[in-house]
Design a protein around this ligand. Structure first.
Ligand SMILES: [Zn+2]
Length: 395
């Protein structure tokens, strides 16, 4: 376990220092527990030189992001052909060509069919309370801090689903408080997010206002007769949002508006994306992912199949991320001519940087929240997604 964590942390600290210039954010480095590997930047081993070359390559690609997109054109086109062939086999004589709205459906089915994955079987290894045990396990292993469920005071909770935890360190004392509210219900905030209810801040030399954060998800509510389990993509989401929560809980700043996720946009998705990688590593999964009825740990072969399925269509997914970044940079970046019509911008970029054609009369970008919440920052989100792919490749 320790070897795994050092290896990933080692890589990430190089990403952080090399790509996003986050060396200015000492508190965030501390929050990731990475001081012990700072020295690796000066390490001259072959392994680290390889990483530095890789990072330099990525930096170069990002500086010329349009050519970076073009790098994936061929691979993405080949993946489209493979997907078309699969859809033709499934639909037979009814097949009339692959439309953009078929993409996600057939990709998911083809991944499952190609690697013998039954998503219900995968989910049977992720009872929700075991997944929370996984969060506790990683937190203790990385930071020596204990995530302990505590009871809610009368009137403290906004819904019976809510659970409360206190993050406690044996030497530091209580570090912060976390609420989780995981199931979908009518009138609830849609999607998944982490919110700081109260940012941490220094009150005096020896007093600190502890952060209070909440993780909100919209997982399907289990029926009254079945044990709540998560799909693997829901586990990934939980880990992602928990990565944000830890970032908020562990940082120590003078002012609450600089605390945790209230930081520069270029950095904010790093802890969460880093945390997601733990949802893919067998050495971590085998510690908490246990079958809901037998208690058997998730089989290694099943995790290998899940990872292979994840890698399928990786060029298409990467190209999609680059397209998001290009749309964002075109709409919010420096403009040579004023933009009058966002739809034509999206249509034009999609025709150049995607294997899928733009469909006349559609305006999908209007429901793409990150263009508003991450205006001009989607680029860094894409960079982190790509770096995340490299991390998973290293595992
Ligand atoms: Zn996030």
């Amino acid at each position: 376990m320790d070897v795994f964590i050092v290896s990933i942390a080692d890589f990430c600290i190089i990403l952080i220092f090399s790509c996003i210039e986050c060396f200015k954010h000492e508190d965030l480095v501390a929050s990731l527990g990475l001081e012990r590997v700072k020295g690796s930047l000066n390490n001259n081993s072959v392994e680290h030189n390889d990483m530095k070359i890789g990072i330099a390559y990525i930096q170069c690609c990002f500086k010329t992001h349009k050519s970076f997109s073009e790098l994936w054109d061929f691979a993405s086109f080949q993946e489209l052909k493979v997907l078309e062939k699969y859809a033709r086999q499934v639909e037979g004589a009814l097949f009339k060509g692959l439309s953009p709205w078929d993409e996600a459906f057939y990709m998911c089915n083809m991944k499952g069919d190609s690697f013998g994955l039954d998503y219900k079987v995968v989910a049977s290894y992720f009872p929700i309370q075991q997944c929370i045990e996984g969060l506790k396990l990683i937190t203790r292993s990385l930071f020596g801090a204990v995530l302990k469920e505590v009871s809610l005071a009368p009137g403290e909770s906004w819904h019976p689903d809510v659970q409360k935890f206190t993050l406690h360190h044996p030497a530091e004392g209580d570090i912060g408080h976390l609420y989780i509210d995981l199931y979908s219900r009518r009138g609830k905030y849609p999607g998944s997010a982490q919110f700081a209810l109260k940012g941490g801040r220094r009150i005096s030399y020896d007093k600190y206002q502890l952060p209070v954060v909440v993780v909100v998800c919209n997982f399907s509510r289990p029926s009254s007769s079945s044990l709540p389990v998560l799909n693997h993509w829901e586990l990934e989401t939980l880990f992602h949002e928990f990565g944000h929560a830890l970032h908020s809980l562990l940082t120590r700043t003078d002012y609450q508006h600089f605390s945790g996720t209230r930081t520069v946009l270029d950095f904010v998705e790093i802890p969460s994306n880093l945390f997601e990688t733990y949802a893919w590593d067998y050495r971590v999964l085998s510690r908490f992912a246990k079958h809901y009825s037998t208690g058997e740990s998730i089989p290694l072969e099943l995790v290998k199949a899940m990872k292979k399925a994840q890698d399928m269509f990786s060029a298409t997914e990467l190209q999609q991320q680059v397209l998001y970044a290009l749309i964002d940079l075109t709409l919010f970046g420096k403009k040579s001519v004023p933009i009058k019509d966002t739809t034509s911008v999206v249509a034009s970029l999609k025709s150049k940087h995607s294997s899928y054609k733009y469909v006349e009369g559609t305006h999908w970008h209007t429901r793409f929240n990150h263009l508003i919440t991450y205006g001009a920052g989607m680029f860094s989100n894409t960079a982190i997604y790509i770096l995340g792919v490299f991390i998973v490749l290293l595992i």
